[in-house]
Design a protein. Structure first.
Length: 130
């Protein structure tokens, strides 16, 4: 079986109920850490620029651009919010063996979940898969 097929099968059969409690706990920790990083970076110039760009598009049932009351497309919210999450982490000096930090996917998962009114368990499952 090809790697892509194995990954697709894993994603297709993973359920929240199959997740160990330790994994659920760690996902929650990563989400809180990401929100704290975004809060700390909210006034940084690149984050303000990203928010300005994202708020040019208004979508009533979209996703929130953090630090505003504005809703935009999930893509633009993920971009602006992701900029804030990663800004203080010095992403250009990321030296871990993993190819990406877990928080890279969290703003996108949150934006899609908010715009689709997804249940929290589905959000956690999506973050695990991401």
């Amino acid at each position: 079986m090809m790697l892509a097929d194995r990954l697709a099968a894993y994603a297709g059969f993973l359920t929240f109920q199959n997740l160990p409690p330790e994994v659920i706990h760690e996902v929650k920790r990563r989400v809180l850490d990401s929100l704290a990083c975004a809060y700390g970076a909210i006034t940084a110039p690149p984050c303000r620029i990203a928010r300005r760009l994202a708020t040019r598009v208004a979508i009533k049932e979209g996703a929130t651009v953090w630090g505003t009351r504005h809703r935009t497309s999930p893509e633009l919210a993920a971009f602006a919010n992701g900029t804030a999450v990663r800004y203080l982490d010095c992403n250009d000096t990321y030296l871990s063996k993993e190819p990406a930090h877990p928080s890279d996917n969290i703003p996108a998962c949150l934006a899609v979940a908010e715009s689709l009114h997804v249940h929290g368990r589905q959000l956690i499952q999506a973050i695990v898969l991401a």
